[in-house]
Design a protein around this ligand. Structure first.
Ligand code: IDP
Ligand code: MG
Length: 137
């Protein structure tokens, strides 16, 4: 079993897609091991996306991520990190494969409904960034 961090971003919450997104993950064999909803602080969002701090879109990305509440989830499945990335689809919804979350619901490269860890190293960092071990069921 492999853990990965999933976030339903402010656009997904605003579009009332929480249930739809969770249903996709559950139908694809994921177990939700932890979940919470919160509005991120600027500091939290900046720390979470520190790998992108030099990218030109960093400021706008942080503004977007704190524009409303998010749903944070630890998902668990065999090969969970890659499976989640496949189910999400490419960053840019125009490039995302048909049937993926981003192809179905994302509006733009920035407003793309979900986040998913992209490697074992980032999954470890990202799960630990938002959840203590006692919060993971
Ligand atoms: P990912 O979410 O598919 O892993 P990353 O390249 O890690 O994509 O970028 C993190 C997030 O930053 C994206 O999900 C998206 O919200 C935003 N982003 C990435 N590239 C761009 C861009 O070129 N313009 C605006 N926002 C972007
Ligand atoms: Mg990424």
């Amino acid at each position: 079993m492999q853990r990965t961090l999933s976030i339903i971003k402010p656009d997904g919450v605003g579009k009332k897609l929480i249930g739809e997104v969770i249903k996709v993950f559950e139908n694809k064999g994921f177990r939700i091991a932890a979940m919470k909803m919160k509005r991120l602080t600027r500091t939290e969002a900046e720390g979470f996306y520190y790998v992108h701090k030099e990218r030109p879109f960093f400021g706008e990305l942080v503004d977007f991520m704190i524009s409303g509440p998010v749903v944070l989830m630890v998902l668990e499945r065999e090969d969970g990190i890659a499976a989640n990335r496949e189910i999400m689809g490419a960053t840019d919804p125009a490039q995302a494969a048909e049937g993926t979350i981003r192809a179905k619901w994302a509006d733009s490269k920035q407003n793309n409904i979900v986040h998913g860890s992209d490697s074992e190293e980032s999954a470890r960092f990202e799960v630990g960034y938002f959840f203590s071990e006692t919060e993971i069921c």
